[in-house]
Design a protein around this ligand. Structure first.
Ligand code: SF4
Length: 255
């Protein structure tokens, strides 16, 4: 006797259709696979002859490079660098010109008071925290260092708002030491050429320390910062006017 086929329930076929639809949607939504990256191979820093040539050219082009933060002494330099975190030098100078005209020592800064300092620097990002730091570090300089800016990196780094980069700028510019302050421009440029390769500013600083000949160390960070800021820019490096283009091995090079 032939078996009687069970009628297909309309409920279960509707459910199957829904499942199929959902699966089709999922497939449609699945993002397209990312295009395979070109294998680049491991990049190596340029050799010592190239390092020598790079800095010889920077020196010939600009024998006495200067930082762009305005200051009148070690204290105002320290304050200017503290204020410059995540801000442009132009913006900081605009705010510090009138501030330093009336407060160029820790004593005068403390006498001015935190609220007034805040008024002077309110055009700069993070101004509340920065004003507080400037007031506090001025107080500490008076109480612990006789109103002088200390010359040791470890001591500088204990001041509010002062990190390794700030300490290195102060040591280099105020005390003539051959420190290398790694900012965002220098970090990018060093990894691009590459001079030193690293994932952190400290790795770059220590890498550069090792390879930059003593004769160039004092000005090295200024040459690199200025080149990174005005020529080897983040979005579109201006390779066509780069004086080290023939020595650079960056995959971003466009000449
Ligand atoms: S050639 Fe281009 S990428 Fe290389 S350092 Fe010069 S500006 Fe930067």
């Amino acid at each position: 006797m032939p078996t009687k086929k069970r009628p297909v329930s309309s409920k279960s076929s509707a459910a199957k259709a829904t499942v199929k639809k959902a699966a089709a949607k999922r497939i449609a939504k699945k993002p397209a696979a990312a295009p395979a990256k070109k294998p680049r191979g491991r990049r190596r820093p340029v050799g010592p002859e190239v390092v020598q040539e790079i800095f010889t050219r920077f020196r010939a082009d600009n024998p006495e490079p200067k930082g762009e933060l305005e200051h009148v002494n070690a204290f105002t330099l320290l304050v200017a660098v503290v204020l410059s975190a995540q801000a442009t030098d132009v913006g900081v100078n605009k705010a510090t010109r009138p501030l330093f005209a009336i407060a160029d020592t820790p004593q005068k800064m403390v006498a001015l008071g935190e609220d007034k300092i805040r008024d002077y620097v309110k055009s700069i990002g993070l101004f509340r925290t920065k004003a507080k730091n400037v007031y506090l570090l001025s107080q500490i300089l008076i109480e612990q260092f006789g109103g002088e800016v200390p010359r040791q990196r470890e001591v500088l780094e204990t001041l509010p708002g002062v990190g390794r980069k700030t300490a290195n700028v102060v040591l280099n510019m105020a005390f003539g030491e051959s420190t290398i302050a790694v900012d965002t421009h220098l970090f990018r440029l060093s990894n691009r050429i590459p001079l030193a390769i690293g994932k952190t500013p400290l790795a770059i600083e220590l890498g550069l320390e090792k390879i930059i000949p003593a004769e160039f160390k004092r000005h090295a960070h200024h040459w690199l910062i200025l080149h990174g800021r005005y020529v080897c820019k983040a979005r579109r490096p201006e390779c066509e006017r780069c004086l080290i283009a023939d020595l650079c091995t960056s995959p971003e090079k466009c000449v």
